[in-house]
Ligand binder design. Structure first.
Ligand SMILES: [Fe+2]
Length: 315
């Protein structure tokens, strides 16, 4: 575990990573099948599931069983010396400590954001990338054909969690809380959608918010290493019975190429490639573009219910 922070970041007092998130769903086997088909390494743990990228130990998501799909909590990683700073900010705002969920250790700080999303800040190794992820271009010249036959095409396996998007009922209140308490920075604010990055070097967004009538989980985005993999991922999910989604396209804010696959509960898992990177110390010039001019550069029109909040509707 990394217990120290880089010297140039002393006093920054910001979380460095989206460590993991936790959902409950009504059918664990459906979740296992969905995320396995998506290309993640799914493990059993404590009566639930853990999602990892193949070849890595880091747990990016925990999925338990519950009566309906629900965001249980969001865990952020921070440098250990910064934990007292976060605790002091929470005390100053009068934010009460929260209990850790049943079966989850109570390390670090547990609390709720103003809308009621349960959060954890824990001392953890920085799991967000320290530089822009490398791309693998599959068409470098060689003497053979670049494209495999269909029956030899590779299975897509994301290399890690890029970001997640959560519903928030009050965008201004959420942005204020996550920037002032967790030390995240606003990357871009498009009104009903806003994006936040980490001060210790992170992709354009560790988390994003979408305006809704309540809280909830909209999507998680998993990094792949080429546009080819975004397309192959969409195809492998269609073959697994998960053709419904949105893509292939390119976002303006974040610049990433995307394909979203709808999960069995109406939320999404996104294959994401080539998202913008904001290095530590870089003063990102964010904007306030209107959504029509910044949602996506090209791609098919999104599904009409793309931002429907199934959790708020059920709640
Ligand atoms: Fe995304």
């Amino acid at each position: 575990m990394v217990e120290t922070r880089p010297e140039q970041a002393q006093g920054a007092g910001g979380v460095h990573s989206l460590d993991h998130f936790a959902l409950s769903v009504p059918d664990l086997e459906a979740a296992r099948a969905f995320y396995r088909a998506f290309g993640l390494d799914v493990h059993d743990s404590g009566g639930g599931l853990e999602l990892r990228a193949f070849g890595q130990d880091h747990v990016w998501a925990r999925i338990g069983e519950g009566p309906r799909k629900k965001l249980e909590y969001v865990s952020f990683g921070a440098y250990a010396p910064d934990l007292p700073t976060f605790a002091a900010r929470l005390r100053a705002l009068g934010v009460a400590p929260a209990a850790a969920p049943a079966g989850v250790g109570d390390e670090g700080l547990w609390f709720h954001d103003p809308a009621g999303t349960r959060l954890q800040i824990r001392a953890a190794a920085k799991s967000s990338p320290d530089e822009k992820r490398s791309a693998i271009i599959p068409t470098a010249y060689n003497a053979d054909r670049a494209c495999p036959y269909r029956d030899a095409r590779p299975k897509v396996r994301p290399v890690g969690l890029s970001h997640a998007l959560f519903f928030q009922p009050d965008m201004g209140e959420a942005i204020a809380f996550y920037t002032q308490v967790l030390g995240l920075r606003l990357s871009d604010d498009a009104g009903p959608v806003a994006f936040l990055h980490g001060v210790h070097g992170s992709e354009h967004h560790l988390i994003a918010f979408a305006q809704s009538e309540g809280i909830g989980y909209h999507h998680s985005a998993w990094a792949v290493t080429s546009i080819e993999q975004v397309g192959l991922g969409a195809a492998q999910m269609a073959e697994a019975g998960r053709a419904r989604g949105w893509g292939l396209g390119r976002h303006v804010l974040g610049s990433n190429y995307f394909h979203y696959v709808q999960d069995p509960w109406g939320s999404y898992a996104e294959y994401s490639f080539d998202i913008d990177y904001i290095p530590r110390g870089h003063d990102w010039a964010g904007g306030h573009p209107d959504p029509e001019n910044s949602f996506y550069l090209w791609g098919p029109p999104p599904p009409e219910d793309f931002t429907y909040n199934h959790e708020a509707a059920a709640g």
